[in-house]
Design a protein around this ligand. Structure first.
Ligand code: ZN
Length: 395
């Protein structure tokens, strides 16, 4: 037989056999490795997946006791301690790791970053800043350190420094952060407003609108500043301009608009404006305000009653139902005839509206009973819709 033909016949099965053996050896090696891992390691993983953090900590701490050199595990356990608010234990583990002569340079920096985040979570701003400033130029951990510095300045209310570091972070992360930076200016405006420094407040609000030309919060705050200075017409104009920003934003402006209208005597104009507004945008929550004014400023308030009736099918909110009952009783003069019954019904519906009309954070699901610009739980900016949802429904 030709030698070339022999090679062709023998080589493929040989390579196949070698591949099969190497795979078997790999599997055997992995099996041995897995067998060597303590059982509590897997228990801790299961507990983490089931969000039972206390249990995961118990198992991981046990594994670490048996394998004190498992550095990555030490880092992970420290993270879990921090999440549970057990800062002392977290700091102890991360500090130990960061100072150990046996860890790699990369892991040491990771432990230092974790330590900084422990200080940050514990509200030890100075220590956290000290550590983060050291890491901020690091190629591997710099971006995370910069992001943590932003969080630090946000949490400690150092808004100007938050702006600087948010800008640095945005450049490095190639992210557009104008929307968030506008809130930092708004925070400074709020501080200036609390001291009645109107010119300073206006400057901050101007900066906010330069960062984000559609910043609803800045526009609302500006209207408040104008109202405080008795510049009522300008304040009213700012409120009405919100329609060009986002139609739902008018809901946040209503308490302010009512105060301005009261001072100016422009309730009727606002009533007509909001009625047209509803026709343009169909925002059911707006009908609550319209129902309050309908009997006084509308020649045909039954029209509002009909709108509420139709809107209730789509948006069954207790405050809308309350508006319907109240307007219906007013139109039939039964509100004055059955005053006690009506008061009781209104009281019950009012309580229901407080309990069931909620704002839910789009990021973490936190439920609030009033609108916030920043989620109190996950600290994300603008995660709440402007129209309240109704608990237990898809609205
Ligand atoms: Zn949230």
């Amino acid at each position: 037989m030709d030698i070339n033909i022999t090679i062709c016949l023998v080589l493929p099965p040989l390579f196949f056999a070698l591949g099969w053996m190497s795979a078997r050896l790999d599997i055997r090696y992995l099996m041995q490795e897995a067998a060597q891992l303590p059982r509590h390691y897997f228990d801790s993983l299961k507990a983490i997946l089931a969000h039972r953090v206390d249990e995961a900590i118990f198992f991981l701490a046990d594994v670490l006791k048996r394998q004190p050199d498992a550095q990555e595990l030490q880092l992970a356990l420290g993270e879990l301690y921090r999440r549970q608010g057990r800062f002392q234990q977290a700091v102890f583990l991360h500090e130990q790791l960061q100072q150990s002569p046996r860890v790699s340079e990369s892991l040491r920096k990771e432990a230092y970053l974790a330590l900084a985040r422990d200080y940050l979570s514990a509200g030890l701003w100075d220590r956290a800043e000290q550590a983060l400033v050291v890491l901020v130029d690091d190629a591997q951990h710099g971006l995370e350190a910069e992001r943590s510095l932003v969080e630090l300045f946000e949490n400690s209310g150092q808004w100007q420094r938050a702006i600087e570091h948010r800008r640095h972070w945005a450049t490095r992360a190639m992210s557009a952060e104008g929307r968030v930076i506008a809130h930092y200016y708004c925070e400074q405006a709020v501080q200036a407003m609390s001291h009645r420094h109107w010119i300073e407040s206006t400057q901050f609000l101007q900066s906010a609108l330069t960062e984000n030309t559609q910043c609803i919060r800045a526009q609302l705050l500006w209207a408040s500043v104008l109202l405080e200075q008795d510049l009522l017409l300008e304040a009213r104009k700012r409120c009405l301009e919100l329609e060009t920003y986002q139609p739902e934003a008018i809901l946040l402006a209503l308490p302010l608009l009512k105060r301005i209208d009261e001072a100016l005597g422009t309730q009727e104009q606002s009533y007509l404006y909001l009625k047209n507004y509803y026709e343009r945008h169909s925002i059911p929550a707006l009908l609550v305000t319209l129902s309050e004014w309908a009997c006084k400023y509308d020649a045909y308030p039954q029209g509002i009653l009909k709108w509420i009736f139709e809107a209730l099918a789509e948006y069954p909110s207790p405050s809308l139902l309350k508006a319907f009952v109240q307007l219906k009783l007013s139109l039939t003069n039964r509100l004055t005839e059955n005053r006690d019954d009506a008061t009781l019904v209104m009281h019950v519906l009012h309580n229901y509206s407080r309990r069931y009309e909620i704002y839910r954070c789009k990021t973490c699901g936190f439920v609030a009973h009033r609108h916030h610009w920043q989620c109190p739980a996950c600290r994300v900016w603008e995660p709440f819709p402007m129209i309240p949802a109704i608990l237990g429904t898809t609205h």
